[in-house]
Write a protein that binds this ligand. Structure first.
Ligand SMILES: *[C@@H]1O[C@H](CO)[C@@H](O)[C@H](O)[C@H]1NC(C)=O
Ligand SMILES: *[C@@H]1O[C@H](CO)[C@@H](O)[C@H](O)[C@H]1NC(C)=O
Ligand SMILES: *[C@@H]1O[C@H](CO)[C@@H](O)[C@H](O)[C@H]1NC(C)=O
Length: 174
């Protein structure tokens, strides 16, 4: 009797833990970054040509995160490292010009983006995004406000869970 109820309690614990971890993963993995903040994806000012790489290096990207490009009369391309350096827009691996492009960072490593509009890449409308290996950078996500909300939610959920579980355990033990 006692062993069957304790094993069902362990099952419940494992189940709740799995839900908790799953939720945490969901929130972390689905973070969306706005490229360039409120200005969006535009030709940088002449005194600020490195603006996108500056922006990107201030963020920590993880596999599953998305980056959102917002622009008008422009386009976004993912290209090879060589084409990034040359601003060569002739054979992108990804192209979009719909004005609101959501790109999924679906693997770790380096992504290279340029504008496909004539002359824009040469003026600095280009960006390197480095995506960390999964979970390597959890605390570094703290730069992004959306992540704070997700973390708070997870913390609250975790606390409620912990309280629930400990009451459950106490009621069994006593
Ligand atoms: C670049 O120049 C603009 C004015 O043309 C100014 O508002 C802005 O602060 C400058 N940016 C930097 C990074 O110096
Ligand atoms: C762009 O790349 C293609 C293929 O590698 C090459 O044939 C072409 O000359 C390049 N264009 C420029 C402007 O570098
Ligand atoms: C990432 O997405 C691209 C474009 O949809 C696809 O070609 C590639 O196979 C994907 N890579 C992984 C690791 O899923």
């Amino acid at each position: 009797m006692a062993s069957s109820s304790s094993s069902s309690m362990i099952f419940l614990l494992v189940l709740l833990l799995a839900i908790f971890i799953g939720l945490q993963h969901f929130y972390v993995a689905s973070f969306e970054f706005q490229v360039g903040g409120t200005r969006g994806w535009i030709v940088p000012l002449p005194n600020d040509t490195n603006t996108y790489n500056h922006w990107a290096s201030n963020n920590r990207f993880q596999v599953g995160d998305t980056i959102h490009f917002s622009y008008k009369k422009d386009s976004v391309m993912e290209v090879s490292e060589e084409d990034y350096k040359d601003c060569n827009a002739t054979h992108p691996t990804f192209f979009s010009n719909i004005g609101n492009t959501v790109f999924i960072l679906n693997h770790s490593g380096t992504f290279y983006f340029i504008s496909g509009a004539s002359g824009h890449c040469d003026k600095g409308q280009k960006m390197i995004v480095r995506v960390m290996v999964q979970d390597e950078s959890l605390p570094n996500h703290a730069n992004s406000s959306g992540y704070h909300d997700a973390v708070s939610l997870i913390m609250v959920f975790g606390m409620v869970l912990l309280q629930f579980v400990s009451e459950y355990v106490v009621s069994y033990v006593i």
